[in-house]
Ligand binder design. Sequence first.
Ligand code: ZN
Length: 173
Amino acid sequence: MTDPHAPSAADADDVERHPCPRCGVQPGSPCRSRGGAVAGTYHTGRFTKVSRLAKLLRVQTPADRGPGQPWRPGTPPPTPVVEDTPVAISLPVHQSFQDISQQQAADYSYQPGGDEDPVLGGHEITIVGYNNQGVRVENSWGGNWGDGGYVNLSWDFLAGQVQEANAIGKLVQ
Ligand SMILES: [Zn+2]
């Protein structure tokens, strides 16, 4: 058990999904001090909403959130992905999809390029969840591809690329 808890981006993201009952900031922003700066730690009433952090005495604000700097409202994170009935979709796979970076696979920004981004063939992948940004997709190319084997695709991408979709219900009731 370490105290103070070492700041991590994943912890900060989870804390910042919640508004703060103490300083009143909305999701997407670090906590705000009375002086109008980014607080050095999250307020207890906020980080205790994240169950794995609830027993800690304090959670520090990571350096990239600018503790001590003038506070500005941030961008709310996407709502957590909701798990649902898997939906298999087929789509054309471009070179850029095969070469997708971890960052791009995580941030819902992927779109195929133009003529310099050839289609390699058709492919089928499986939607396993969704949120207000788009869908989370499990691929079959192993854990070294994309975001640990997954990719987050925007609703815009789906509208432009999907050729066929089939919901996979329970086969045995
Ligand atoms: Zn706060």
